[in-house]
Design a protein around this ligand. Structure first.
Ligand code: SF4
Length: 115
């Protein structure tokens, strides 16, 4: 979730091993337990949106490394992009970006567990 919007919905395995939203992916890259000791953790730039003002388009756009103009100008609803896997990322929905599996930390992939 980001700014009280659900940005991705799926099974636990899909969420962790096949993330389909840059916010979910960025959060996972920031989990200390998925990295080696001393390894630099990923940080999400910027700060959370000001909820006192209306948000146009994707609420994660100011902080997203994949953001484009259309992310801010479009109304984006969650869409099923695989069996039971919903994403509110416009560029994932348009198949313009693919987050799996190379963007996950190696340690996360090595620990893959069947749920
Ligand atoms: S819709 Fe655009 S800004 Fe939002 S997460 Fe997807 S790529 Fe990033």
């Amino acid at each position: 979730m980001d700014t009280v919007r659900i940005v991705e919905s799926a099974s636990t395995a899909q969420i962790f091993y096949e993330p389909k939203h840059p916010y979910n992916q960025a959060l996972q890259k920031s989990i200390p337990a998925l990295h080696e000791k001393g390894e630099t953790l990923h940080t999400i730039p910027g700060s959370t949106p000001d909820l006192s003002k209306p948000i146009s388009g994707c609420p994660f756009a100011p902080r997203c490394e994949f953001a484009q103009e259309k992310c801010v100008t479009s109304t984006i609803a969650p869409k099923e992009i695989a069996d039971g896997h919903f994403s509110a990322c416009l560029r994932i929905q348009l198949k313009e970006i693919d987050l799996t599996p190379a963007h996950l930390p190696e340690k996360a992939l090595a620990r893959k567990i069947n749920y």
